[in-house]
Design a protein around this ligand. Structure first.
Ligand code: NAP
Ligand code: GCO
Length: 264
């Protein structure tokens, strides 16, 4: 049914979803009927996540797993299949950023960002695809970025990874569309989460951060996004309603990519 946005009976894994965008997406998928699994890199973050989901009244399965570790991801997927069921929806959300001028960034730092933001989505998608093929379909949603399209000072590794993730999205769609697997991206604009907190810090003189003002001037909606702004797009891309949407990146950016920006 092209109008079926429900996810009843579906199992979803949202990576790095103890808080922030991942948590909001997991909550939305739960409200649409899916059973939620999430992971985070350390037990203390999983515990915090479990407490946050419990407070929101959402039953979840939480696991410790570093998404860059292929053996650990394969073990996680096997455990979820045994304890919960085959993963129907994978959301590759876990991500990091390092804001360092490129000429000062070490190759090790660059690699670390590529490892979490690009290699890990490959590892996680590779781990779930065989069961999706056997089951007759599945949904993979990669959390991309404005930096899948644009560059800016200090984020060379992040932009390289998120640009690569856009192309990985298209390639998974190309390679597995015939198995009824849809792989799409969500490209959030500037969303108020811990990841972007340094860009919104109030200055010693009480003024808003210059980057905060810059983003408001660049966004037709004239505000930062909230993690909840990604809920509807995630449910759409996880549901039957998007069964003929494949290899697309849905930018949820308040219009940033359409706009030249407000004249100072
Ligand atoms: P966040 O608040 O920093 O959350 C990211 C989550 O990923 C954290 O829970 C983090 O764990 C987890 N994580 C990091 N490395 C991991 C690993 N190796 N294994 C497992 N989990 C790991 O970020 P967010 O702002 O919610 O962003 C979520 C996603 O959206 C990221 O991919 C980000 O790049 C993307 N995004 C964000 C924005 C934005 O404006 N905020 C915009 C566009 C795209 P810890 O608990 O260790 O931190
Ligand atoms: C930055 C930001 C961005 C956002 C986001 C934009 O330093 O420019 O952190 O990269 O997090 O990915 O879509």
């Amino acid at each position: 049914m092209a109008t079926n946005f429900r996810l009843d009976g579906k199992v979803a894994l949202v990576t790095g979803a103890s808080y922030g965008i991942g948590f909001a997406i997991a909550k939305a998928l739960h409200e649409a009927g899916a059973t939620i699994c999430f992971n985070d890199i350390k037990q203390e973050f999983v515990d915090k996540g479990l407490a946050a989901y419990a407070e929101a009244g959402i039953p979840v399965h939480g696991y410790v797993c570093d998404v860059t570790d292929e053996d650990a991801v394969n073990a996680l997927v096997a455990t979820i299949e045994k304890e919960v069921g085959v993963i129907d929806i994978l959301v590759n959300n876990a991500g990091i950023i390092k804001r360092i001028p490129m000429h000062e960034m070490s190759a090790a730092e660059f690699r670390q960002v590529i490892d979490v933001d690009l290699n890990a989505p490959f590892i996680c998608a590779k781990a779930v695809i065989p069961s999706m093929m056997k089951k007759g379909g599945g949904k993979i949603i990669n959390i991309c970025s404005m930096m899948s399209e644009l560059g800016r000072e200090t984020v060379s590794a992040y932009a390289s990874a998120k640009g690569g993730l856009k192309m990985l999205t298209k390639n998974i769609a190309s390679e597995y569309g015939k198995y009824n697997i849809q792989c799409n991206g969500i490209g959030p604009g500037y969303i108020a989460t811990p990841q972007t907190a340094p860009l919104r810090e109030i200055q010693p003189d009480g003024e808003r951060h210059p980057f905060d003002k810059f983003i408001i001037a660049k966004t037709p909606a004239e505000r930062w996004g909230n993690p909840e702004d990604l809920a509807g797009p995630a449910v759409f891309l996880a549901s039957e309603a998007s069964d003929f949407v494949n290899g697309h990146v849905l930018y949820v950016d308040g219009g940033i990519l359409a706009y030249i920006g407000k004249q100072p």
